[in-house]
Design a protein around this ligand. Structure first.
Ligand code: 13P
Ligand code: SF4
Length: 303
């Protein structure tokens, strides 16, 4: 922590000077998560927070689609992205044309797009969802068939819990698709005490092997509530790193996979963004208005 202290101090001073808040995703490294974030959470919690902040500036300690969501919801605020290249394999897998392709294939079916999408895709969709409300949103659609984009695995996991017929785009998360059910089964055989907790961006086979599936905040809550002797978090590496100190009674089993996009966000880049005010997220106002409808419909249905 000593090496981070000067950055943490400088960032916290600049936050006060700029009247800024830092919204940190659960996948941020511990020095960002604990050291400088004013609010931490999963995608839904961060989106809701973006509608509530009173500061002039939001620094998004997360990936680009999260910063766009904040700008969509708070267009009058300055939203700073510490690294514009912090993308997401899901957001990059589909454009508005892809959404239209799905609409042409399944006429009349509503499009539920994961928040892990660009503003353009949100604008072309009927409603958004996150990992914490996807089943609820899909079930709330009137049609019997629902189109989900862009995560094929989230869509299949939702289909397993929903009464709807779910058709989907074939995108995937490069972090979660790496986990294999056979490996988890072998691990559990060698250590039957372990609790396996998976994010719903994992394959349905991996989800079937797990003891609990939920959003990043859902996972943190489950581990806090249940305090298993040993937990394996089938998600991004920083999740265990961020909660390990608070839960000394829980042993976190490896492996984990790091998200190369999330890991682009560093204290140095946050400091630079606050110092220079470079990296401001801009969205075409007409597109932002349409995208806002999809996001606010989701937030209203989730309350
Ligand atoms: P959560 O909404 O569960 O935080 O997920 C965001 C994400 O990008 C997971 O890979
Ligand atoms: Fe995107 Fe996967 Fe990284 Fe989440 S973990 S930001 S879904 S690439």
């Amino acid at each position: 922590w000593a090496i981070y202290a000067p950055y943490v101090k400088a960032i916290n001073e600049l936050k006060a000077k700029r009247n800024a808040v830092i919204l940190g995703h659960n996948y941020m490294t511990p020095e960002i998560f604990h050291g400088v974030s004013d609010f931490v959470g999963d995608s839904l919690q961060l989106a809701i927070k973006a509608t509530e902040v009173e500061a002039d500036v939001i620094v998004q300690a997360g990936v680009h689609f999260m910063a766009e969501t904040s700008k969509i919801l708070s267009p009058d605020k300055i939203v700073l992205m510490p690294d514009m290249d912090a993308g997401c394999s899901l957001a990059e897998s589909i454009t508005a044309e892809g959404v239209e392709e799905m609409r042409a294939k399944y006429p009349g079916a509503p499009v539920v797009s994961y928040v892990n999408t660009t503003a353009e895709v949100k604008a072309a969709s009927d409603i958004c969802c996150t990992s914490s409300n996807a089943v609820q949103i899909v079930d709330a659609m009137e049609s019997d068939t629902v189109i989900m984009t862009p995560d094929q695995f989230l869509a299949q996991n939702v289909a397993n819990k929903s009464k709807k017929k779910v058709v989907f785009w074939e995108g995937s998360c490069i972090v979660h698709e790496l986990y294999k059910a056979d490996d988890l089964r072998a691990y559990r055989e060698s250590d039957p005490e372990v609790k396996i907790i998976a994010h719903p961006e994992c394959t349905p086979e991996v989800v079937a092997e797990s003891d609990f599936t939920g959003s990043t905040s859902g996972i943190i809550k489950w581990v806090h509530d249940n305090k298993p002797a040993k937990a394996m978090l089938i998600t991004e590496c920083s999740m265990a790193a961020n909660i390990a100190d608070e839960l000394p009674e829980v042993e976190f089993a490896k492996p984990c996979n790091a998200c190369p996009y999330m890991k682009k966000i560093t204290l140095e880049k946050i400091l630079y963004a606050l110092h220079t005010m470079e990296g401001q997220v801009e969205i075409d106002p007409d597109m932002a208005e349409k995208a806002k409808l999809s996001v606010t419909k989701m937030i209203d249905l989730s309350r």
